[in-house]
Design a protein around this ligand. Structure first.
Ligand code: AMP
Length: 219
């Protein structure tokens, strides 16, 4: 991406050099993936889930081996590896045209996950809003993760020890990311109740943003 790209610039033709983005944040099991998936179906939003992008890497490749080594323990993949992969992957989607930076607001789910990632990402994205999904019921979060592990065959969420590690990593490394950004752009959404109810609250925040994006009024 910035500073790395040689040759044709795949970035916005409107002159904005950074992708406009919304961050979906929340602890494992807070429902980020579900909400991100639904938002990604709405025209004008492009959903990018870091965990999903990492999971499709061939496990026998060098990158796949690194990914498995960390994920299976509930640890974060090192920042430099993740950011390089993210940047290449997103640029490829922009080149292919399924992500249209001029039309689409980028919904980032699962990145940044450390303050260092947030700092580096500043070169690549303009964060317009952060949706912070809050679930105070730890049992409900565990239950969600376990159900998903069975459905999607995810080793990291099948083991209680790994889930606990993921929760701890979230508290220690990812929660501080919220403080990296201005409080004014953070919207807290309680992720309790039906997916439709949670979605309706998220849309209350994002619909006006999309209006501004479409009318060219976003900075
Ligand atoms: P997720 O599906 O978002 O819960 O991600 C699954 C796993 O992928 C995480 O537990 C990490 O091991 C790894 N991962 C996903 N996103 C990142 C990131 N931004 N930085 C480091 N590791 C990540």
């Amino acid at each position: 991406m910035v500073g790395e790209r040689k040759g044709v610039d795949t970035r916005s033709v409107t002159g904005h050099s950074r992708y406009r983005a919304v961050l979906l944040m929340g602890a494992p099991g807070s429902g980020k993936g579900t909400q991100g998936g639904i938002l990604g179906q709405i025209p004008g939003f492009y959903h990018f889930a870091m965990g999903d992008a990492l999971r499709v890497i061939n496990i026998r490749s060098d990158l796949g081996k690194i990914f498995y080594e960390y994920t299976s323990r509930g640890e974060l993949v090192p920042d430099d590896v993740v950011i390089k992969f993210w940047a290449k992957n997103l640029d490829a989607h922009a080149t292919l045209g399924d992500f249209k930076p001029d039309d689409d607001l980028l919904i980032l789910d699962g990145i940044p996950r450390t303050v260092n990632q947030a700092r580096v990402l500043q070169q690549h994205i303009q964060v317009q809003r952060i949706i912070h999904l809050v679930c105070r019921d730890e049992n409900a979060m565990f239950e969600r993760l376990r159900r998903r592990a069975l459905k999607e065959n995810r080793a990291d969420d099948a083991d209680e020890k790994v889930i606990r590690r993921r929760m701890k990593v979230y508290e220690d490394a990812t929660r501080p990311v919220l403080e990296f950004y201005s409080k004014d752009i953070v919207a807290e959404v309680e992720s309790v109740g039906s997916p439709a109810r949670v979605l309706s609250q998220i849309l209350t925040v994002l619909a006006p943003l999309q209006d501004q994006h479409f009318s060219g009024k976003l900075e």
